[in-house]
Design a protein around this ligand. Structure first.
Ligand SMILES: Cc1cc2nc3c(=O)[nH]c(=O)nc-3n(C[C@H](O)[C@H](O)[C@H](O)COP(=O)(O)OP(=O)(O)OC[C@H]3O[C@@H](n4cnc5c(N)ncnc54)[C@H](O)[C@@H]3O)c2cc1C
Length: 463
């Protein structure tokens, strides 16, 4: 098994394209975007969609698409299950508007691929959420019934076990729910395709150029790297988990990790279990398992239960963590015993930018506009994020910049070191709790209490 930081998707996509030159000396722009993951690149794209004359510069510390954007699970998801909770906080119309815009983004990513001839394996298919143990049964009903109360009955639909079996058979699968609009992509192909499309439209991209300082003036903003600087009217910060470095936003982000294992091509197994529709599937654990098939007949199987980043700083086990990967592989084999004797060829992982309420946050601080907090669900939502941040950078007041994700009421994580210590304690307790529940064993009182802490202090757990 090849266990690396960057993973199989980037390799499959032909490896990283030749790097663009680093930033040297002074450069002027209308908008400078910091970070070339999906969010930064979609923002640059949307800036040009809004006004093709906009001078856009992107400054990237590594290579575009090498962060989580090039190595995620490729689930392109929307927001309908959040509608009941958002409706109670912001009202029904704003909640529905967000879910509709997120769906539009799912479809527009497909349109981008078709029009631009970007072969990112875009495949539209419903997403399934499946119970894999009695304690998970009906986990989707709170959202489902909440939606039904508002007369929305086709976005999330309950499936009985026999229907689940028809879509994908596993001896551990029980009932589930079906989310109507969803898609999957090959994440690195999408990231590299977007990068090429931006270069073709004249966006200047500087790679291997880490932004270390941002200075705000009354009429402009300057972004500095070790050897250069960009002077612009507005800047966009799209650095995912590294938002922890920027004090204006850092109290609203915490860093966890997620890891994926990948089988050799097993088209016969996929056929045997009837999983031929390309549906992306998750279980109903809080420490979520997510799995999908690939175009060449592999199964990619991920677990969102990776370690937290101490103090929000990078550590190697955010990307490469043998213990977490072994656990993930064992779960995949338990879910799909038909994989017996089949090889796991690749494993990798990456950091997750966790937001206090698990939905991304968009805020402005003077001329700096930032987005972060996808909490493991940024592939589709970052497209919508690009519409929001481009609007904020151009001073637009429109359907995107008015969404409930923009300047939401502040909810912070505890300060460090309590954030990391508490996060690790809760992670451990959640894993013990879900292991006990899956085995039908009682949950110890201390484990039970610690794993409930986020709920007690009003934080949502990442899924
Ligand atoms: C293993 C794994 C599986 C996942 N699976 C899914 C999934 O199936 N579906 C889903 O929706 N989401 C998933 N996610 C999350 C998803 O990948 C992210 O939400 C998404 O890629 C966010 O894009 P981004 O642009 O915010 O971040 P990134 O891709 O991290 O891009 C940020 C960029 O900023 C750059 N940067 C950072 N600091 C600086 C600086 N100071 N100066 C210049 N550049 C800087 C980084 O190098 C990076 O390229 C997964 C994540 C992981 C790790």
């Amino acid at each position: 098994m090849e266990h690396t930081a960057t993973g199989w998707w980037i390799e499959e996509a032909g490896g990283p394209p030749p790097a663009q030159a680093p930033l040297e000396g002074p450069v002027d722009a209308d908008v400078v975007v910091i970070g070339a993951g999906y969010l930064g690149m979609w923002t640059a794209w949307q800036l040009l969609e809004r006004d093709p004359e906009t001078e856009v510069v992107i400054v990237e510390s590594g290579q575009a698409g090498h962060g989580p954007s090039g190595r995620n699970g490729g689930f392109v998801n929307g927001y309908w299950e959040y509608v009941p909770e958002l409706a109670s906080r912001f009202g029904l119309d704003p909640a529905i508007e967000l879910a509709r815009q997120a769906d539009r983004s799912i479809l527009e990513i497909g349109e981008f691929c078709r029009r631009g001839k970007v072969d990112a394996w875009y495949h539209q298919a419903p997403h399934l959420e499946i119970s894999t143990a009695p304690y998970q049964d009906g986990a989707w009903r709170e959202a489902l019934w909440g939606l039904n109360r508002f007369g929305i009955d086709d976005e999330v639909v309950e499936l009985v076990p026999a229907q689940v079996d028809q879509l994908c058979f596993s001896p551990v699968f029980r009932g589930g729910a079906w989310k109507r609009i969803g898609a999957t992509v090959q994440p690195a192909r999408l990231a590299f395709g977007l990068r090429s499309a931006l270069l073709a439209r004249g966006v200047r991209l500087f790679e291997h150029s880490e932004v270390c300082e941002i200075d705000q003036g009354e009429h402009s903003i300057t972004v500095r790297t070790g050897r250069g600087r960009v002077h612009a009217s507005h800047a966009v910060l799209a650095v995912n988990w590294r938002t922890t470095r920027w004090p204006a936003f850092s109290r609203e982000v915490s860093v966890a990790s997620s890891h994926i294992v990948l089988t050799e091509p097993v088209p016969d197994v996929i056929e045997e279990i009837g999983w031929t529709g390309g549906e992306a599937i998750t279980d109903c654990q809080k420490m979520i398992h997510y799995f999908r098939t690939t175009r060449d007949g592999r199964i990619a199987f991920g677990w969102g239960g990776g370690r937290m980043a101490a103090g929000g700083l990078h550590s190697p086990d955010l990307d490469v963590d043998l213990e977490v990967v072994e656990r993930t592989a064992a779960t995949m084999r338990r879910f799909f015993p038909a994989l017996e004797g089949r090889e796991i060829t690749h494993a990798w992982g990456g950091p997750i930018d966790v937001a206090p309420r698990t939905l991304p946050i968009y805020r402005s601080s003077g001329r700096l506009h930032a987005g972060w907090g996808f909490t493991g669900h940024g592939v589709g939502p970052s497209h919508l994020g690009g519409k929001i941040l481009s609007g904020l950078a151009l001073g637009a007041r429109d359907e995107y910049t008015k969404l409930v994700l923009v300047e939401p009421p502040v909810k912070t994580f505890p300060p460090e070191p309590a954030r990391t210590i508490g996060g690790n304690l809760i992670r451990g307790a959640m894993i013990r709790r879900e292991d006990a529940q899956a085995a039908g064993e009682p949950v110890g009182p201390v484990t039970g209490l610690i794993s409930q802490l986020p709920k007690l202090i009003g934080l949502n757990l990442p899924r």
